[in-house]
Design a protein around this ligand. Structure first.
Ligand code: DAH
Length: 343
């Protein structure tokens, strides 16, 4: 079975390159990409067959498929650059090697890249990833998190409501309950949940109605604030690739007790004082605390035996600091001149 499959791959390589050479203009590139490199394209189909081979054959066929994928992607990029730079002039004499990459291939959004980076950091610390719905039941967004009806967070003005009585979630904290209940988790466990949240507020360079948060929580028999401080230090230090310090300030959130705000040493000025940190040397990064007994009860967890921490903070802010972006609205703007910097 090996022979035919590697032969098929070789044949595909020749045919695809030939077809690409014959592509007469920009418009014929996308159909070519879909046919050969698309998710349901010819290469993808052959790659699927590889899994049925036995181990040694699988390895060599896999390597070959990877090489071919790289070759075809590069050839495509080079061809697209030729068309872009020279419009539709034939360019057979040009080698692709020195040409800039084509922007038409597409790439991940900077927020997606940040989320992947974060997931990686937390995976190494043993956290699992959970997702919750964006259109949320107010019970999860508020009540089960110990947020009473009169709490300012529930103000009509801050929350987008749907006609059927749901809300667009205003934070990722409801996933604490969703994850534990849906996956039937029993302690000890460590979970993160990155995702999109919404608030009905006016926008400016540092506020957007749609943004992203990271929720994290860890429950165990002896999980303390010290564990929290260790995890957060690791999170920020790895994310920004520099050693940061953190400080906690007492604060109030209904779903934790005690609660605090977490500041991180300014990574822009190293605490010398700059405009980003308002000359304080500290950046406000997240809310956190020890999970409130009422919330543990709502998770069906015995709060006399188990305890843990939770925190929630903005992801857009992290990406902005890391890439020196000064306007949060750029993320949702769809502006290609901004987005293409992340290709
Ligand atoms: N959900 C809060 C917000 O969006 C942030 C937060 C505070 C999350 C404290 C937590 C926490 O998990 O313990 O403002």
């Amino acid at each position: 079975m090996t022979e035919p499959l590697t032969e098929k791959l070789q044949h595909l390589r020749t045919e695809a390159k030939h077809a690409l050479d014959k592509a007469a203009d920009q418009d014929s590139l996308e159909p070519w990409r879909v046919k050969y490199l698309g998710r349901k394209g010819q290469l993808a189909r052959l790659i699927k067959d590889i899994s049925q081979l036995d181990a040694p054959a699988r390895k060599s066929a896999g390597q070959l498929a990877n090489t071919i994928k790289q070759e075809l992607t590069q050839a495509f990029t080079a061809r697209a650059a030729v068309f872009r730079d020279h419009h539709s002039a034939p360019a057979t004499a040009l080698s692709g090697a020195s040409l800039p990459p084509a922007s038409s291939v597409g790439h991940l959004h900077p927020i997606t890249l940040s989320i992947r980076r974060i997931q990686h950091i937390f995976a190494r610390m043993g956290f699992i990833v959970a997702e919750g719905p964006l259109v949320e039941d107010p019970a999860y967004n508020f009540d089960l998190l110990n947020i009473p009806l009169h709490h300012p967070a529930r103000a009509e003005t801050d929350t987008f409501h749907t006609a059927s009585g749901s809300v667009l979630r205003t934070h990722t904290s409801p996933v604490q309950l969703r994850a534990v209940l849906a996956m039937n988790l029993t302690p000890p466990f460590s979970v993160i949940s990155p995702g999109r949240v919404f608030r009905s507020e006016s926008t400016d360079a540092s506020h957007e109605h749609t943004f992203h948060q990271l929720e994290a929580f860890m429950v165990g028999e002896r999980v303390t604030v010290a564990d929290f401080k260790g995890v957060v230090k690791k999170y920020f230090s790895d994310f920004f690739e520099q050693n940061v310090t953190t400080r906690l300030r007492p604060s109030y959130f209904p779903f934790v007790e005690p609660g605090f705000e977490v500041d991180m040493s300014c990574i822009i000025c190293q605490q010398a004082g700059c405009s980003v940190c308002g000359r304080t040397g500290w950046l406000e990064m997240m809310g956190a605390g020890m999970v409130h007994p009422n919330v543990l009860k709502n998770m069906n967890i015995d709060h006399t035996r188990w305890q843990g921490f939770a925190f929630g903070g903005g992801i857009d802010r992290l990406a902005m600091l890391r890439h020196h972006i000064d306007d949060v609205r750029l993320f949702m703007s769809g502006r290609l001149d901004f987005l293409n910097q992340f290709s």
